[in-house]
Design a protein around this ligand. Structure first.
Ligand code: BG6
Length: 309
């Protein structure tokens, strides 16, 4: 059996076990990788790749896609996907001591296991995927864990990362649900919810304080501290507001690579920065999660998009 027909038969098996009439399907996504498609009664849709437990698409029935995906994304074993909601875990950004380890941790680069699909009491289709410690993860991070990502599609798209310490020693980690949003034109959107918050500007390693609402007119890479607040992207040209409502997170990262950095990234189109912004539900820097043996933590984000008129 060649690898294409292997993955086709695996996808057929997953479809037999986990499809739910009209609401959940398991299909071959980009490069034949397995993807879960959720559809709710209103006709909203979401796609989730098992690679990285990565949401690649969310679209309310009457709107443009809420999440941005690069046309240049890789879909390859061991590599991250560019766009959607990468799960950054168990470290956010560069590894604190070993630069040979992958940026933003290994969770987004590994295949996750599809555990369960269901329809929640209010009719929301839901998928649960897991990743547990293995020889490969222990070589990069010496701790026993069970990580679970659940995604459900109701009036909002809810994505949650829960981590349980299944070992005998405490551990800590940093993390993010690194959401990429689809915007009409980065220069015309206004981001609220960060006013007066202090941040680290990682481009110049300087601290600052947000004055008023945020507009982006150049490369931006900031970690805002001590904030549980909802952020809102107001996009007059797409005639909508996207609410980013978070739980279990006290830091928010805002990123747009702008022109020069876009050109340096081979999975990011030179001009694509104009149509995206990342607002990331994070546990970054000092906002790490510490878990004693047997304890569990959940990081969650709800995305809700409403028309301006
Ligand atoms: C953001 C970081 O979260 O992710 C940026 O703040 C980084 O510094 C960006 O460039 C993208 O990271 P990556 O590893 O997906 O290219």
């Amino acid at each position: 059996m060649n690898s294409n027909s292997m993955s086709e038969s695996r996808i057929s098996d997953l479809q037999r076990q986990h499809a739910i009439d009209k609401t959940v399907d398991i299909v071959a996504g980009p490069q034949g990788m397995p993807a879960v498609v959720l559809r709710n009664e209103r006709g909203d849709t979401a796609n989730i790749m098992l690679h990285g437990a990565h949401v690649t698409h969310y679209q309310p029935h009457d709107q443009a896609p809420v999440l941005w995906m690069s046309q240049h994304s890789r879909f390859e074993a061991g590599q991250p996907i560019r766009g959607g909601i990468p799960v950054c875990w168990p470290w956010f950004g560069a590894h604190p001591t070993d630069p040979t380890l992958p940026a933003h941790g290994f969770a987004r680069n590994l295949p996750w296991t599809l555990k369960k699909t269901s329809v929640l009491p209010h009719g929301e289709p839901c998928v649960r995927m897991t990743l547990s410690s293995s020889h490969a993860t222990l070589q990069q991070w010496p701790h026993s864990f069970l990580a679970e990502v659940t995604v459900s599609l109701g009036n909002a798209l809810t994505t949650a990362l829960s981590v349980t310490n299944t070992g005998e020693q405490a551990f800590s980690y940093t993390s993010a649900l690194h959401s990429y949003f689809n915007v009409s034109d980065i220069r015309s959107v206004i981001i609220s919810g960060l006013e007066n918050r202090c941040y680290l500007d990682t481009l110049v390693e300087e601290r600052g304080q947000q004055q008023g609402r945020l507009r982006i007119n150049s490369e931006t890479d900031r970690i805002y501290f001590d904030t549980d607040d909802t952020c809102v992207i107001e996009d007059p040209l797409l005639n909508r507001r996207i609410h980013i409502i978070k739980d279990g997170s006290h830091s928010t990262v805002v990123w747009n690579p702008w022109s020069a950095k876009s050109q340096r990234m081979d999975d990011f189109g030179d001009d694509e920065f104009k149509g995206m912004v990342c607002i990331e539900t994070a546990r970054a820097l000092d906002d790490s999660v510490k878990l004693a043996p047997g304890m569990r933590h959940t990081l969650k984000v709800l995305l809700q998009s409403e028309s301006l008129r």
